[in-house]
Ligand binder design. Structure first.
Ligand code: IPM
Ligand code: MG
Length: 352
């Protein structure tokens, strides 16, 4: 029997997780879900953002559903004891190097985007973000002394094999879609990006069916707003992917809509919304559970290889939006928003 480890985490994490697990139970009743602690919740209970028990069970299950981590309560913690360290730790420990963040503008939500509806019509892209290397993990890092005064540093470093494997995921993803890969870099300044680009160019020879182009990250931030519908698959190092995926999310109307899949070697995966723990609205039945519910669809598709229930979940979300239901983040003026629980229930009803 397939097992899924649910890590609700902090802030709105537990609220959106509860809705998502009910959806999962509906469409895949044979899947067993169990819970464990991560992030601030784990720090409060055990002193560690990623307790060994959580990691052991994540390794056993191989498939993880995660809510969100972090909050102002833990701001004072040292870097390696912050809630975020739990998330970075589990990504690294499970070898989840490929993060897929699809962003599509559904017609029903075009009015929720901060951009003009004609500017976002037809947007259907995916950010392929490298997730276990680059500036997030490079050594040396931290505070040190330089020329007699305090200093701090992080290091952006990539090994050839790390670039090659994520580039392949980028090309393979593009090949299954519209065949266009946009590689994001800052090679005019950073040697690590020039190196990354050479390897991407080299991999392009093995993928003649995919057309490759390159964009400087600053210019990418601009053209993504101007011509979002032009993009298909966007390949990014870790930090650039973090930034551009939030931007891509906003095109769709709300960060509360975007799911993600973090994949490693066969069968392993962690599925989480792109949004954070939103402590300002936690516990108030205001969070949008759709990104978390759509993360269940990605789990069904990528980890359990069940495309049929995955499609059912997505269709149910579309139907609820088409019927005009909106959580507060999506509601435009004059629309009466529904809460987290009601939105979850509407999706479950639409599954029937
Ligand atoms: C994300 C988040 C995380 C990241 C944080 C919470 C560590 O912003 O998944 O995009 O930077 O990767
Ligand atoms: Mg982010």
């Amino acid at each position: 029997m397939p097992r899924v480890l649910a890590l609700p985490g902090d802030g709105i994490g537990p609220e959106v997780m509860a809705e998502a697990l009910e959806v999962l139970a509906r469409v895949a009743p044979d899947v067993e879900s169990e819970r464990a602690l991560i992030g601030g919740a784990a720090i409060d209970a055990t002193g560690e953002p990623l307790p060994p028990d959580t990691l052991d069970r994540a390794r056993e299950c191989g498939v993880v559903l995660l809510g969100a981590v972090g909050g102002p309560r833990w701001d004072g913690q040292p870097q390696d004891k912050k809630p975020e360290a739990g998330l970075l730790g589990i990504r690294k420990a499970l070898g989840l190097y490929a993060n897929l963040r699809p962003a599509t503008v559904v017609p029903a939500l075009a009015a929720s985007s901060p951009l003009r509806p004609e500017g976002v019509r037809g947007v259907d892209l995916v950010v392929v973000r490298e997730l276990t290397g680059g500036l997030y993990y490079g050594q040396p890092r931290g505070r040190f002394e330089s020329e007699g005064e305090a200093a701090a540093r992080n290091t952006m470093v990539y090994r050839e094999s790390e670039v090659r494997r994520i580039a392949r995921v980028g090309f393979e993803t593009a090949a299954r879609r519209r065949g266009r890969l946009t590689n994001v870099h800052k090679a005019n300044v950073l040697e690590v990006c020039a190196f990354w680009n050479e390897i991407v160019e080299d991999e392009a020879r093995d993928h003649p069916g995919v057309s490759l182009d390159h964009q400087l990250v600053d210019s990418m931030a601009m053209v993504l707003l101007r011509d979002a519908a032009e993009f298909d698959t966007i390949l990014c190092p870790n930090l650039f992917g973090d930034i551009l995926s939030d931007e891509a999310a906003m095109l769709t109307g709300s960060l509360g809509m975007l799911p993600s899949a973090s994949l490693g070697e066969a069968g392993r995966g962690l599925f989480e919304p792109v949004h954070g723990s939103a402590p300002d609205i936690a516990g108030r039945d205001r969070a949008n559970p759709l990104a978390m519910i759509l993360s269940v669809a990605m789990l069904l598709e990528h980890a359990l290889e069940r495309p049929e229930p995955a499609a059912r979940v997505r269709a149910a979300v579309d139907r609820v939006l088409e019927a005009g239901h909106r959580t507060p983040d999506l509601a435009t003026s004059g629309e009466d928003p529904v809460g987290t629980r009601a939105m979850g229930r509407l999706v479950r009803e639409a599954l029937a």
